[in-house]
Design a protein around this ligand. Structure first.
Ligand code: IPM
Ligand code: MN
Length: 353
């Protein structure tokens, strides 16, 4: 029995999470394992009603789950930062979900904005450090509001924080890399961030040389990476990068795999509780209309199954999604799928092998 915590969250989060849960129940039944879900109403609505973002007691409760699902965070009536920091980043940090795993995979039948690129060209994974860097929240203002105002936002990189991420990325590459030889690319900016990314670069090579001699090590600057992701995405196998760069290049990754409607991710604590969420946001303008694409949420749930060790169930979900993109829906875009949100969930559920 898997105990799963679910936070549907804001905007279209509940609609897409409902479909992910539908497919989860269907695949559990097919593959003969059991799940028990505990759902929480944290998010913008609850905050506006009660002033509460995430009580400490809830964080404590989360620690008992085998994994969690999150829909989306972000509400138009709540000042930016409150929910993002108070809910999403707080869970990522306090549960030490130090890996943000974001596959960039073009599925069959999905429109790719890149000319002459197909599923054989777009199939790599980004491992984003998820607990440090510019997200640490260290910094402050001097003379705030004056003409001489200073704002400092520190980029924190610790050797243990970088090393655990790099090690995990090497292990992931060894297990799931698809190129020959299996290749891990460090994405950074060593030519400018000569302290922070010097640490990353030394750590990357030391760890790789000592413990992963079978994995090819590569390096690309982050700006060049953006260029390669558009020009030659087939070049990449697995990328490891720091938090902010990872945030940015995974949105680019989502676009080349067909958009936020399909882009899945997981916040992983390899020794603890992980939380899986689509990369896209709460899409307020589509809320409640039943037109948003639930595939990203369904694929995130599939990643959760893989993480839980239910490899066969995970594969079955991915294959069902591929069948739906190839044979059923017309487009990944909200309102243009040719089906409603819940019909797409039904399609995936009934396509499970
Ligand atoms: C993401 C999002 C978050 C991030 C925001 C909502 C805090 O953009 O998951 O990529 O920056 O990590
Ligand atoms: Mn982002």
């Amino acid at each position: 029995m898997y105990e799963i915590g679910v936070i549907p969250g804001d905007g279209t989060g509940p609609e897409v999470t409902r479909e992910a849960v539908k497919v989860l129940h269907a695949v559990a039944q097919k593959k003969g394992f059991r799940v028990h879900l505990e759902t929480y109403d944290f998010g913008g609505e609850r905050y506006l009603r009660t002033g509460e973002v995430l009580p400490d007691s809830a964080l404590q409760e989360f620690r008992r789950f085998h994994a969690m699902l999150l829909g989306a965070v972000g509400h138009p009536d709540v000042k930016p930062g409150i929910l993002e920091k108070g809910l999403l980043l707080r869970i990522r940090f306090e549960l030490q979900q130090y890996i943000n795993l974001r596959p960039v995979k073009l599925y069959p039948g999905v429109d790719c904005p890149l000319k002459n690129k197909g599923p054989e060209h777009i199939n790599f994974t980004i491992v984003r450090e998820n607990n440090e860097g510019l997200y640490s929240g260290a910094g402050g203002f001097l003379r705030k509001g004056t003409a001489e105002e200073v704002a400092i936002q520190e980029m924190i990189n610790t050797r243990p924080g970088v090393e655990r991420c790099v090690r995990w990325a090497f292990q992931y590459t060894r297990k799931y890399g698809t190129k020959s030889p299996k290749t891990l690319t460090l994405v950074a900016k060593t030519n400018v961030l000569t302290f922070a990314h010097d640490l990353w670069e030394r750590c990357f090579h030391e760890v790789g040389k000592a413990d992963f001699p079978d994995i090819k090590r590569d390096y690309a600057h982050v700006d060049a990476t953006c260029m390669w992701m558009v020009k030659n995405p087939e070049f990449f196998d697995v990328i490891v990068t720091e938090n902010m760069f990872g945030d940015i290049i995974t949105d680019l990754g989502a676009m080349i795999q067909g958009g936020l409607g399909i882009a899945a991710g997981g916040n992983i604590n390899p020794e603890g509780v992980s939380m899986f969420e689509p990369i896209g946001g709460s899409a307020p303008k589509y809320t409640g209309k039943g037109v948003i694409n639930p595939l990203a949420a369904i694929c995130s749930m599939g990643m959760m199954l893989q993480h839980l060790g239910e490899e066969e169930a995970a594969r079955s979900v991915e294959d069902a999604v591929k069948f739906v993109t190839a044979k059923k829906i017309q487009s990944l875009s909200a309102g243009k799928m040719g089906y409603s949100t819940s019909e797409v969930g039904d399609l995936v559920a009934s396509a499970l092998a």
